[in-house]
Design a protein around this ligand. Structure first.
Ligand code: ATP
Ligand code: MG
Length: 230
């Protein structure tokens, strides 16, 4: 097994260019202590997804450093980095197969009991049991038979099962009904507990609960602080 990390994250003077000469990030400093949740907010094109791309090393910094537990992520094997970082993207990845297979994705050794435990924790168990085949219900690629909220809950269950120290979440923007919204809020609380998280936040409730809010503007940090401070 890979050594468990603490999960502190530090971005120092991070500059990033997708194309030479055009800085998408213009010198970003962010410090997340282990277990803290950081909300990234800002207009379209401000650099939120870019920060997430660098954390998960879909790209490497142009200048500056990204450190996890004080270690430059470029000095860590991609495989061990990815094992510590869970990613829940806006457009939840569902493949054709059963609900169970979809949750187990990424942790193929998980038992049925473990799967049920995480789905109960994120309050997805009831809707799954109401499906014609329960956990063995076949879903289509893109999960068209499931609602947006249900897909979110499934992706939370999947992330919880993988149990990463650092969680990256690009919150879905789709409008969902109030009841599902509350469920997702509850599930998110469970999912974030004990992990360092970076959330591209669209919901006010998520922003309010963050330990630190980073307001981005054209690749720079415009403001940062708690909800009460800003
Ligand atoms: P949104 O709210 O729309 O998701 P964002 O805050 O996530 O926006 P980014 O996607 O990080 O913004 O984009 C930051 C800047 O980098 C923008 O100017 C964008 O046009 C540019 N950019 C993003 N992805 C690429 C790419 N793959 N190639 C070139 N430029 C890119
Ligand atoms: Mg984005």
């Amino acid at each position: 097994a890979l050594p468990k990390i603490n999960g502190s994250v530090k971005l120092e003077k991070v500059i990033f260019e997708y194309e030479p000469g055009r800085q998408a990030l213009k010198g970003i400093d962010i410090e997340a202590q282990a277990g803290q949740s950081i909300a990234l907010v800002g207009h379209t094109g401000s650099g939120k997804s870019t920060i997430i791309n660098l954390l998960s090393r879909f790209y490497d910094v142009t200048e500056g450093t990204v450190k996890i537990d004080g270690i430059d992520v470029r000095d860590v094997k991609l495989e061990s980095l990815r094992a510590q970082i869970g990613i829940v993207l806006q457009d939840t990845f569902i493949f054709s197969g059963t609900i169970r297979e979809n949750i187990r994705f990424g942790r193929l050794d998980a038992t049925d009991e473990e799967i049920e435990e995480v789905t109960r924790a994120v309050k997805a168990h009831d809707f799954i049991m109401a499906l014609p085949g329960g956990y063995d219900t076949e879903v289509e690629e893109r999960g068209s038979a499931l609602s947006m909220g249900q897909r979110q809950l499934l992706s939370f269950a999947r992330a919880l099962l993988a149990d990463p120290r650092i969680l990256i979440l690009d919150e879905a923007t789709a409008s969902i009904d109030t009841e599902t919204e509350l469920k997702i809020q509850e599930a998110l609380k469970v999912l974030l507990q004990g992990r360092t998280s970076f959330i591209v936040a669209h919901r006010l409730s998520t922003i309010r609960h963050a330990d630190k809010i980073i307001v981005l503007d054209h690749g720079e940090i415009k403001e940062q602080g708690t909800h009460a401070e800003l």
